[in-house]
Design a protein around this ligand. Structure first.
Ligand code: SF4
Ligand code: SF4
Length: 168
């Protein structure tokens, strides 16, 4: 007698469990879908401004950055992601001044800790939220961030993140 009771009790528990599962499934069935269809949705894709995708120098409207080549960001970077060199230049008044020559950044080793940005005394750095950084070889992840506007035929400063997706 007790085994029949036990049998029906277990059947009841099974049905209850099934009903609970079906209730969860049913709720999800009528909930609006949030799945993003990437890359078809590129035009409407909303990436948070705070997302840290790639380090860059800030440029003003004339294409100039504020980096003075002090090297603080390089010293504070925990894994050698930043390698910069400086050079001496002669000013119009004849005085010599140390200036940034090359600012090299290895996206492949960056941990996005942002120590470089927060410790820069010139507020010269920022992170873009351009997340599409896939390339076929690691050497393409090493980028020169400064574009030396003082050199007449120097390349233009980087385009805004959304226009700069050619994986160069
Ligand atoms: S980015 Fe800032 S911390 Fe780094 S070298 Fe330039 S001025 Fe100095
Ligand atoms: S975010 Fe961190 S790891 Fe990346 S370059 Fe800056 S200090 Fe180095």
């Amino acid at each position: 007698m007790s085994s029949i009771k036990e049998y029906f009790s277990q059947v009841g528990q099974g049905l209850k469990s099934l009903a609970t599962g079906m209730a969860v499934t049913g709720k999800e069935f009528v909930t609006p879908k949030v799945t993003e269809q990437y890359p078809e949705n590129r035009a409407t894709l909303d990436i948070s401004d705070r997302f840290r995708a790639e380090l860059t120098l800030k440029y003003d409207a004339e294409g100039r950055h504020k980096c003075i080549g002090c090297g603080i960001c390089q010293m504070n970077c925990p894994n050698g992601t930043i390698q910069l060199t400086t050079k001496m230049v002669e000013l119009p008044d004849g005085k010599k001044k140390r200036k940034l020559d090359k600012y090299m950044y290895d996206l492949g080793s960056c941990t996005f800790c942002m120590l470089c940005v927060t410790t820069c005394p010139q507020d010269a750095l920022e992170f873009t939220n351009d997340f599409e950084q896939a390339v076929f070889t690691r050497d393409k992840l090493v980028k020169q961030l400064n574009y030396r506007p003082e050199v007449p035929d120097a390349p233009a400063p980087p385009k805004p993140a959304t226009e700069n997706n050619d994986n160069k």
